[in-house]
Design a protein around this ligand. Structure first.
Ligand code: GLV
Length: 322
C-alpha cells in the first residue's frame, strides 16, 4: 500500500518525527530553509493526506480547497486561531493541537515575565550597563511585592491553572474569570474565587490573559478595560496578542493608568506596536513561551503522535468534531 503523505511546514529537529518518518512519507522544507511559504504549501498540498502546520501558518479555505486528500491538520501549538475551524469541520478535516507539551513552559514564561516586571529586572539590567544609569537610593527603582497580592486569571484552563500554581507558591491569592465557572473542587484546590470580568479588572493586582483568541475575545482588553484596572496593576499576556488593543495598552502604560505589562505575544507576529518600544514599564519577549530545547522535542513527538493515532487509531487532541 502506498504510504500516506505528510507535509510539515517548518524545519524541525527530526528526533521527535522518527516514528512518523518510519511509517509515512514526510516532507520537510529543504535543509537550511526555515519554512515553506504559504504559496509553496498551496502548490504542493493537493498530494498530501496530512498537514503539520505551525501556529502562525494560515490554514484557510483557499488552502483546504486545494487539498482534496487532506484528512488531518496537526497544529504545532495549543492555539488554533490560524485555522478556519468551521470550514475544516465542514470539509471533514480533523484538526488537532498540542496542549500537553506547552502548558508548564508557557506558565513558566508568564511567571518569568511577572517577576521581571514586578521587580523591574529588565529595566534595571539595561540601565546598569550605562555609566551613571542607575542611582541606588532607598526610594528609587521600587517594584511591587507579589507575596500577598492577587492574581486575576482570565481563562482558567490548563495554562491558567499552571500559572496559578506558581503564583500560589509565591504567596499570591487567585481570582479568575472564565466563560464557565469551574467545579467547586477545582476552585478549592486553587483557593480561587470566581468573579465577573469587571470585578477581576478592578481588584486584581496582576491580570493574566490565558484565553484563546477568537471573535469573542478579540481586543477584550482595550481602553475601557484598562481604565478599570488599578494604577498599580500589572498585565501579563502569554496567550495571543490580539486579545489586547496594543495602542490602548501603550497609552495606559505611558499615562500611568496601569503600572506595567509583560507580553510574550503581539497582534502582528513578533512586532509590538512602536509605541510600546519606547516604554520602560513593559517587558517583552518574541512569543518564546514554548521556546525550550525540551519542548521542541516534545511538540514534534506530540504532533506526530496525533497524526499516527488519527490514521491508526488511538487518542488524539481533537479541536473539532468531524
Ligand atoms: C503557542 O503559542 C501555542 O499556541 O502553543
Amino acid at each position: 500500500m502506498e504510504k500516506k503523505k505528510v507535509l510539515v511546514t517548518y524545519n524541525m529537529w527530526r528526533e521527535g518525527y522518527a516514528e512518523l518518518m518510519r511509517k509515512y512519507d514526510v516532507t520537510f522544507p529543504s535543509e537550511g530553509v526555515e519554512s515553506f511559504t504559504y504559496d509553496e504549501v498551496l502548490a504542493m498540498i493537493a498530494d498530501y493526506d496530512a498537514l503539520q502546520s505551525m501556529y502562525d501558518f494560515p490554514v484557510d479555505r483557499r488552502l483546504m480547497d486545494a487539498a482534496p486528500k487532506l484528512k488531518i491538520v496537526s497544529n504545532y501549538a495549543v492555539g488554533y486561531d490560524n485555522i478556519d475551524i468551521p470550514y475544516a469541520t465542514e470539509r471533514g478535516i480533523q484538526v488537532t493541537n498540542t496542549p500537553d507539551p506547552v502548558t508548564e513552559p508557557t506558565a513558566e514564561q508568564a511567571m518569568g515575565l511577572l517577576l521581571a516586571v514586578s521587580r523591574r529586572i529588565s529595566e534595571l539590567d539595561r540601565r546598569l550597563r550605562i555609566p551613571g544609569g542607575v542611582k541606588v537610593e532607598l526610594l528609587s527603582n521600587l517594584g511591587h511585592t507579589l507575596y500577598g497580592s492577587t492574581l486575576g486569571i482570565i481563562g482558567m484552563g490548563r495554562i491558567g491553572r499552571a500559572f496559578a500554581r506558581r503564583a500560589i507558591a509565591c504567596g499570591m491569592k487567585i481570582m479568575y474569570h472564565n466563560r464557565h465557572r469551574l467545579d467547586e473542587r477545582i476552585e478549592r484546590q486553587y483557593g480561587a474565587e470566581y468573579v465577573s470580568l469587571d470585578v477581576l479588572l478592578r481588584n486584581a493586582d496582576v491580570v493574566s490573559l490565558n484565553s484563546p483568541h477568537n471573535s469573542e475575545t478579540h481586543h477584550m482588553i482595550g481602553e475601557e478595560q484598562l481604565r478599570k484596572m488599578k494604577p498599580t496593576a500589572i498585565l501579563i499576556n502569554t496567550a495571543r496578542g490580539a486579545l489586547i488593543d496594543e495602542y490602548a495598552l501603550a497609552k495606559a502604560l505611558r499615562d500611568g493608568e496601569i503600572w506595567a505589562a509583560g507580553l510574550d505575544v503581539f497582534e502582528n507576529g513578533n512586532f509590538p506596536v512602536p509605541e510600546l518600544l519606547a516604554l520602560d514599564n513593559v517587558v517583552m519577549t518574541p512569543h518564546t513561551g514554548t521556546q525550550t530545547v525540551e519542548v521542541r522535542h516534545e511538540m514534534a513527538a506530540h504532533v506526530s503522535r496525533n497524526i499516527i493515532n488519527f490514521f491508526e487509531g488511538g487518542d488524539i487532541d481533537k479541536v473539532n468534531l468531524v
